[in-house]
Write a protein that binds this ligand. Structure first.
Ligand code: NAD
Length: 321
């Protein structure tokens, strides 16, 4: 098959696909030029990450595509139901990036607890002359040990995060739609298997108990927010909010208001409503730690994603033949 990996693909996936006899093109074709490129080059399969969108118009213009694959978790940049109606296989790589996103969340919590984000910005410019003043401003850190982390959305990433947070001595509670009252989390520490039960609680419990709240839900129906002003007002004063799931699950206007009022102590954000041009007043806010949607962007996750893509393509080929 001829495959266009329009947003790039890790060498692991490219090599595995080529070893299986496929041709992999890694040109980054502009969105508006995709239909012509796909026709002219007889492309059978299109691979995307988050930059390229595969909407109804592209699907209609490329009826010969056999598959569209997303290297990543959500498929909200693909009109998947419509593509499937047209006989195009749509797949993603849901399991490959959980640990990487979980580690980003841990790094955000540590960065907020010890002012790493601000110190990292101010030490290079003021550390030589104003060491004492900076030491004073960044001396009110806290430990994560003993703090309560609420994980909202207890799927793959949420559960992976729980293993890290439990390992750091945090108290972990979670909320999901599963209806269970608790879920066992399996940890492997120094070769020993340990099973720890994490309570699944109500939103009221989350608001009353959590020092840190991390969101791991998919994009909500109609882009609805999980947390707006009404929810944030019920949280503990000074709560740290973390969103590495999808832009919009925290209402951004309300978040800025709550940060300004001190109700939310800090927000750590990897995802934004208006990607790739997030609003400046949010990413420049002194109480915001912002990263440019890099949750899955580690060498290890990209390697696993590449291999998962190659496995998916192999399975499609075997079904077609
Ligand atoms: P998952 O499907 O394994 O888990 C999501 C869980 O959220 C499910 O258990 C579901 O029941 C629960 N849920 C849905 N709506 C809820 C709500 N309103 N309240 C409580 N629970 C709710 O998904 P995952 O693999 O853990 O991924 C979670 C999110 O992370 C997705 O939005 C995905 O797009 C995002 N993600 C981001 C990055 C990044 O680069 N920042 C990388 C990978 C995934």
């Amino acid at each position: 098959m001829k495959i266009l990996a329009n947003d790039g693909i890790d060498a692991s996936g490219k090599n595995a696909l080529e070893a299986a006899g496929h041709v992999v093109i890694t040109d980054n074709v502009a969105q508006e030029d995709l239909p012509a490129f796909i026709h002219q080059n007889n492309i059978d399969g299109l691979l995307v990450r988050s930059a390229t969108t595969v909407r109804v118009d592209l699907i209609d213009q490329c009826p010969d595509l056999k598959f569209v694959g997303r290297g990543g978790v959500g498929i909200d940049n693909i009109d998947a139901a419509y593509a499937r109606e047209k006989g195009i296989v749509v797949f993603n790589t849901p399991a490959s990036s959980s640990a990487s996103v979980a580690e980003l969340v841990m790094s955000m919590m540590f960065a907020s607890a010890r002012f790493m984000y601000a110190s990292g910005k101010e030490m290079p410019t003021s550390g030589h002359d104003k060491f004492g003043a900076l030491k004073k401003s960044f001396s009110k850190g806290v430990e994560l040990r003993g703090k309560t982390l609420a994980i909202v959305g207890f799927g793959r990433i949420g559960q992976s995060l729980a293993t890290y947070a439990l390992g750091c001595g945090m108290k972990v509670i979670a909320i999901d739609r599963s209806g269970e009252s608790s879920r066992n989390i399996e940890l492997q520490i120094n070769g020993q298997d340990i099973s720890i039960s994490v309570p699944l609680v109500t939103m009221e419990d989350v608001f009353a108990q959590a020092d840190y709240i991390s969101l791991h839900v998919p994009k909500q129906p109609n882009g609805a927010a999980v947390f707006g002003k009404a929810e944030m007002m019920q949280m503990k004063k000074g709560v740290v909010l973390i969103n590495t799931s999808r832009g919009g699950v925290i209402e951004e206007d309300a978040l800025i208001e709550m940060l300004n009022e001190g109700q939310v102590g800090m927000a750590c954000l990897d995802v934004f409503v208006n990607e790739p041009s997030p609003r400046a007043d949010l990413i420049q806010h002194p109480k915001v730690i912002a990263t440019p949607h890099i949750g899955a962007s580690t060498a290890e996750a990209q390697e696993r994603i590449g291999l998962e893509i190659a496995e998916n393509v192999a399975s499609i080929v075997s079904k077609l033949s």
